[in-house]
Design a protein around this ligand. Sequence first.
Ligand SMILES: Cc1ncc(COP(=O)(O)O)c(C=O)c1O
Length: 472
Amino acid sequence: MVDTTKARHATLHITDLRSQIVGIETRVPVLDGSLRQYINFDNAASTPALRPVLDSVTKFLEWYSSVHRGAGFKSQVATHAYEEAHKRVASFVGADPERNTVIFGKNTTEAINKLSRRIPLNNDSVVISTLLEHHSNDLPWRQQTHVEHVLVHDNGELDLDDLQAKLNKYGDRVALVAVSGASNVTGCLTPIHEIADQAHKVSAPILVDAAQLAAHRAIDVKPEGDPQHLDFVALSGHKMYAPFGTGALIGPRVLFEQGDPDYVGGGTVSIVTPDQVHWAGLPDREEAGSPNVVGAVALARAIETLQQIDLETIAEHERELTRYALDRMTEVEGFVLYGLPSLDRDRLGVICFTLGDLPHALVSAILSCEYGIGTRNGCFCAHPYVKRLLHLTPDEVRMVIADILRGDRSSIPGMVRVSFGIYNTVEEIDTLITALRDIVRGKYKGEYSLNSVTGEYWPKGFDPDFKDYFTL
Ligand SMILES: Cc1ncc(COP(=O)(O)O)c(C=O)c1O
């Protein structure tokens, strides 16, 4: 149940936040046999759960029951909570519930796939996406229609002149401009309202993939009459401290009221006969099957917590971490940054880099196995963007493709990524800097070997039994 007890409305201070993160004190084994407190710098992939989210979920489970079709009291309570969760998401992005619907699904990927099957397209249609997209905001469009990718500058930012040129070229053939609010590789923020303005001038709607944005900056879709308004927004709970499997697509009711839903079945209809089907109202007609009510409660509670902390406070904390990290990381010998080098232009705390000639997978493995630091490496489901940032030549790309297709990932290009969340600290960054300095000087202990099938490195003699840490 979305709990509304008074105590929870007290403002949460960012300094109290570490204690509000589930698993913040978890210690993990490292190569020398000791345990180290885990440092999670992989928030761009998934954030840990907030304690208030876990508490609400635990409390809700006492009331958990079927939604919409149950007559029992628990079903009524669960239905109320589920419907309230939709309203919380609408209000989080400033959407007018009269005009917009909130459709729950698994995640941003599912939300964008749904939109790609529901937005009207014809043989002439063009969707303008960009080169900085995560595959989830690129491949669904490629499956449905012709896609044009807006170019990016060397610093990773979008080339807005190229966007304008593409809008001029395709004019009213543009069915949608689909753009990330923030890059999961360089952390650069795209000027979504400016882009909306450009798109609306050719009557194209805009989708903002807010998977990276939603937990870090306030989103305001603005009223429909405003030329800068956002038509569609997609987001994921697991990147917003609510890892219980719910994401959302927010968009105009009028679009989803037309035509047939993309998935059909239980819950999507108001009446069915052997030869007739009448669809239910929104959002039910777009949420086929039994929904993830627990995930919806978690997402709503996470939103409330982020609002209690205040998104501007979160943004400022993460800016400080990013400024500090960039200043210190650029002092490390061999450090090469991809993306904006400073905070002169606002950006998220997502930092991608390489270190001298060291393979990205080796650096991430050493950070994990010797320092207990969780990062991510590779191409981050944004292959075209990463290849562009690394300035790979067409021949190099061809060679990589050939290697991968014959099952050898040892030469896969990529970077190391650290990404911050609300609870990370300067002290954790200091530990990272020490580790990077050691690594670049060869002062690491392990003898690492490469698994050419996975492209991953692992040190000799490090053989923790994962079952000792968690087992089903
Ligand atoms: C910018 C961006 N879009 C979309 C996605 C896909 O999100 P999900 O895996 O939650 O569907 C991600 C995930 O990393 C992302 O960073």
